[in-house]
Design a protein around this ligand. Structure first.
Ligand SMILES: [Mg+2]
Length: 397
């Protein structure tokens, strides 16, 4: 069996997500007992330290204050959680083409063989993804990769928090199914569990081994679908449910082989990143007024900086001239760079940007229209039909 030729499914699940998001912006609270839910009067999410003290989900805040005065109580900040979710989607979309947002802290993705191949295997693909998530977002996700959507969902649960579980062979799958209790299977409701237990099923493996006919007759058709999915038969699809016009940022990254210290090469890559991110934004009629860019060293260290513009644009020339001023400061001395990236933030629909009094914004839009026309020509005649000035521009000292 050649797994390399088949699509795989990825599931990502944020660990203690609300608390993790809070800690990502308040590192001074790391290692302390923290809960989120102060605004609702109950603990909704807890840090491991708070759990260890004895705080449980749903515990009233007045009780926590009395019993555990050291606990830091925070209100929900959904803007922050959504922002981190969006950035997580952006990271994933730089690895895969099809993504399904499942909840604020969970998503599925379809991983095509070419994507795995690009990174040099399943393990390298997952390690790279995990490193990028943690270094960029400062939160951890549990990741599962498997032959079906339901298996991927179970896989990510197995080594929480922060685990990466890859199920590629039948043996891996059987081991995973055996360690999944029957009442911890995605898609099996609480009211269904006793019926399965009465038939002698203790874990997901018992469920998968059971006769199809009995499952279908005694339970429901969706349960049979789930059973097939868990046995490795792909039925469920990843639903591409993210409206591309709702994204708040667009990222373009490039990894080069071999890593280099050559400033000209690095700048050229950044220029290409900027152009490709702008091209993607223009295709969606989105514009940006904040751009960040980064270089990643061969030791996986990120060096990031950003520029805020006084106008909205997707003109790579304007963006690059703003980035160029920060480029030499960004670049670490004598370190080899393995990848670069440009991220357009604060993406806004063109039609909802206020046109300012002096017509400056309007002029910029006209410039964008010129770029859009160029995009159309490139789409029709190939990417070399028009070369932009910026990709020919070389960094000079
Ligand atoms: Mg979660």
């Amino acid at each position: 069996m050649d797994n390399n030729l088949k699509n795989l499914f990825l599931h990502a699940d944020g660990d203690s997500f609300f608390v993790a998001c809070e800690l990502s912006v308040r590192p001074e609270l790391r290692g302390k007992p923290v809960i989120v839910g102060g605004d609702r009067g109950i603990a909704v999410a807890m840090s491991p330290e708070a759990k260890k003290l004895g705080v449980t989900r749903g515990m009233p805040v007045f009780q926590i204050k009395k019993l555990y005065p050291s606990v830091v109580i925070l209100p929900h900040n959904f803007e922050l959680y959504n922002d981190i979710k969006e950035r997580m989607h952006q990271i994933l979309l730089s690895y895969v083409g099809i993504l399904e947002g499942y909840s604020i802290d969970e998503c599925f993705a379809l991983v095509e063989p070419s994507e795995i191949k690009y990174f040099g295997g399943e393990e390298k693909f997952m390690t790279e993804l995990k490193n990028e998530i943690e270094k960029t977002l400062h939160v951890t996700y549990s990741l599962g990769l498997a032959r079906t959507k339901a298996l991927a969902k179970q896989a990510s649960k197995l080594e929480k928090p922060g685990g990466v579980v890859i199920l590629l062979t039948k043996d891996d799958e059987i081991r995973a199914l055996k360690s999944t209790p029957i009442d911890d299977i995605w898609g099996i409701g609480r009211q269904t569990v006793p019926g399965l237990q009465r038939l002698g099923m203790k874990n997901a493996y018992d469920f998968v081994k059971y006769e199809d006919e009995v499952i279908e007759k005694r339970f429901s058709r969706p349960l049979l679908v789930l059973k097939k999915e868990l046995s490795g038969e792909n039925i469920m699809e990843v639903e591409n449910n993210i409206d591309p016009r709702d994204q708040k940022s667009i990222q373009s990254t490039a990894t080069f082989h071999p890593a280099t210290t050559d400033q000209k090469i690095i700048w050229r890559e950044i220029a290409e990143n900027a152009e490709s991110a702008c091209e993607n934004a223009r295709a969606l009629h989105l514009v940006s007024n904040k751009v960040s860019f980064f270089v990643k060293t061969s030791e996986y260290k990120y060096h990031i900086d950003e520029v805020r513009l006084s106008f909205y644009t997707t003109d790579p020339g304007m963006i690059l001239s703003a980035l160029e001023q920060k480029f030499s400061k960004l670049l670490p001395k004598r370190q080899r760079i393995r990848s670069t990236g440009v991220i357009l933030h604060n993406l806004t629909k063109e039609e909802s940007v206020p046109l300012d009094l002096f017509g400056k914004q309007e002029k910029i839009f006209k410039n964008n229209i010129i770029e859009e026309t160029a995009d159309k020509i490139r789409a029709k005649f190939g990417s070399d039909a028009i070369k932009r000035v910026s990709s020919l521009k070389k960094k000079t000292k």
